[in-house]
Design a protein around this ligand. Structure first.
Ligand SMILES: [Zn+2]
Ligand SMILES: [Zn+2]
Length: 349
């Protein structure tokens, strides 16, 4: 129905052996290919050591950015050629230095609850929400949300063996509220992140791995739309992926129980189409169309509030007012539903 663009699925915010992750790039790319991803974005702390290894690994594109800052204000800097020095106290300077290089970036795990089992509840939040110039925020973060659900040792064991339980209700509500608040002022792109490290623990004879790459690559992914099919020319394909991320032509999906590939959300008006991240002039003929790959409960969110609710594979909404619209889809699961898809917004003006 919706558009003739090409959908790609990828996983963003990954650590390798070059910082505090346990895997090397070829191994991580292998896990991504096995998970059926088209691209992954590595963001080791502070440097671009992996950059020399960017490229195609089989069908998977490996892109390399960097995660900047230490104790707070973690920023994912993409499409940069030079490492950017951290500045925990003035994250605006980090954002500006990334932009000055022609790069762009995302606020990582901006709001966290913390877990008493991890460094006594230590968190790494974003503190300066007056900052400007960032492209977007990570709205759904695997490692941070999984850890924060661990309220004690029994719950830790439970969540190790049942990780998907931590994500049943979707992204943290305060983070979605913050995103909706920012969207009232300008386009702020929402992405999903894994922060996969594959941390190897030794607990007596037991060797658990936290945020395993292959597991993470089947959970919170960012799906985006590129105008031309991938060519195999790395630089050209990379530019397309970065363009889609910058403009918000993407959505966040929890791919484990049912892949989210095939989702779409557009606005249409007398032959004109607006994609996610775009704006369109509202008339009495404007409609919003949603398509999901499996019948699901759909919420149309307007200016941060639930506006309409439907169930099915295709929905069409008319009689709309001016505002910022985004979609949340919940997949039937067991006796209820679980959070599945979070779209980027379309602006009706
Ligand atoms: Zn971080
Ligand atoms: Zn990280």
């Amino acid at each position: 129905m919706v558009n003739s663009l090409n959908e790609l699925a990828g996983n963003i915010h990954i650590h390798t052996r070059y910082s505090d992750g346990s895997g090397d790039i070829p191994t991580i790319a292998g896990a991504a290919e096995k998970a059926g991803l088209d691209f992954i974005i590595i963001t080791d702390h502070h440097h671009l050591q992996g950059k020399a290894e960017e490229g195609y690994y089989g069908k998977v594109m490996v892109l390399v950015g960097s995660e900047i800052n230490e104790e707070c204000n973690h920023y994912l800097a993409l499409d940069i050629e030079q490492p950017v020095p951290g500045n925990d106290h003035h994250p605006q300077e980090v954002i500006d230095m990334v932009n000055n290089q022609g790069g762009f970036g995302f606020i990582a795990h901006g709001i966290e609850k913390g877990s008493l089992l991890y460094r006594n509840g230590k968190t790494y939040p974003w503190n300066d929400w007056r900052a400007t110039g960032f492209t977007g925020i990570d709205i759904w973060s695997y490692l941070s949300q999984w850890r924060d659900e661990i309220t004690g040792i029994p719950k830790g064991f439970f969540l190790y063996f049942n990780p998907h339980y931590a994500f049943k209700k979707g992204p943290m509500k305060p983070l979605l509220r913050k995103w909706d608040e920012l969207l009232r002022k300008r386009m702020v792109v929402g992405i999903g992140c894994s922060d996969a490290h594959a941390i190897k623990l030794k607990l007596g004879p037991w060797r658990p791995v936290l945020s395993d790459y292959y597991l993470c690559f089947r959970c919170i992914n960012t799906h985006l739309f590129v105008k031309e099919p991938l060519s195999g020319d790395f630089e050209k394909d990379k530019a397309q992926i970065y363009q889609a991320l910058k403009s918000g032509r993407c959505f966040v999906g929890y791919d484990f129980f049912r892949k989210t590939t095939g989702f779409n959300f557009v606005a249409k008006d007398q032959g004109k189409t607006a994609l996610m991240g775009e704006k369109i002039r509202l008339t009495e003929k404007t409609v919003l169309e949603v398509e999901v790959p499996e019948a699901a409960k759909i919420f149309l969110i307007k200016d941060g509030r639930k506006f309409r609710e439907t169930m099915g594979k295709r929905s069409r909404f008319s009689w709309l007012g001016k505002g910022v619209y985004r979609v949340e889809a919940y997949l039937p699961h067991g006796r209820g539903h679980r959070a599945w898809i979070f779209s980027n917004p379309i602006f009706l003006e």
